[in-house]
Design a protein around this ligand. Structure first.
Ligand code: MG
Length: 183
């Protein structure tokens, strides 16, 4: 039988959700970071909006490939499956490595420059699950890629919520006939 390489959005969402859970991250953990970040700028956001955004982002093909690859690199690093020197560099979560941040920036860039700056904020301040992953990764586990991927999904979800609110605000005072756009 031919290996399956094409997945529907629903399948990609489910596979991502399960892989994150296996690595100790719930969708709620990610939504809480998005909520915390975006509620600094908007009073009228809800956890439901943040959860919906996390779910939507996890169904995108580019995000699917990054979540699946990043979590596998971490798992294989824990199993010492790579050769040195890259094994030691990833196990140490070396600050000057930077490839994990590339994964994060790529995820966040789906929501433009604001997505990327929101990722920078989470990367520096390490709220909630990002801090836990970072701390646990210094012990026997490896979260070199996961902490950036999770932080970036939270940043993307936070930015998507901001875009939805902007759209709702604009619709209150609409001068032009508009088409319904999906965010
Ligand atoms: Mg990292």
């Amino acid at each position: 039988m031919k290996p399956k390489v094409y997945f529907s959005r629903e399948e990609m969402f489910t596979l991502n959700r399960d892989r994150l859970l296996e690595r100790g991250v719930t969708l709620r953990d990610i939504a809480e970071i998005a909520f915390k970040q975006q509620s600094r700028y908007n009073d009228n956001i809800s956890m439901t909006m943040c959860m919906e955004s996390v779910e939507k982002i996890l169904s995108f093909r580019d995000i699917f490939h990054i979540v699946q690859l990043g979590t596998e690199i971490d798992r294989l690093t824990e199993q010492k499956a790579f050769r040195s020197p890259i094994q030691d560099i990833m196990q140490a979560d070396l600050g000057m490595f930077g490839i994990d941040e590339i994964f994060g920036l790529d995820v966040a860039s789906n929501y433009g420059t604001i997505g990327q700056t929101n990722f920078g904020d989470i990367d520096v301040n390490k709220p909630g699950i990002v801090k836990k992953l970072n701390d646990d990764g210094k012990k026997s586990q490896c979260h070199t890629f996961l902490d950036d991927i999770v932080g970036a999904i939270a940043a993307a979800a936070s930015t998507r919520v901001a875009q939805i609110i902007s759209e709702e605000e604009a619709n209150k005072d609409m001068h032009y006939t508009s088409i319904r756009l999906d965010i």
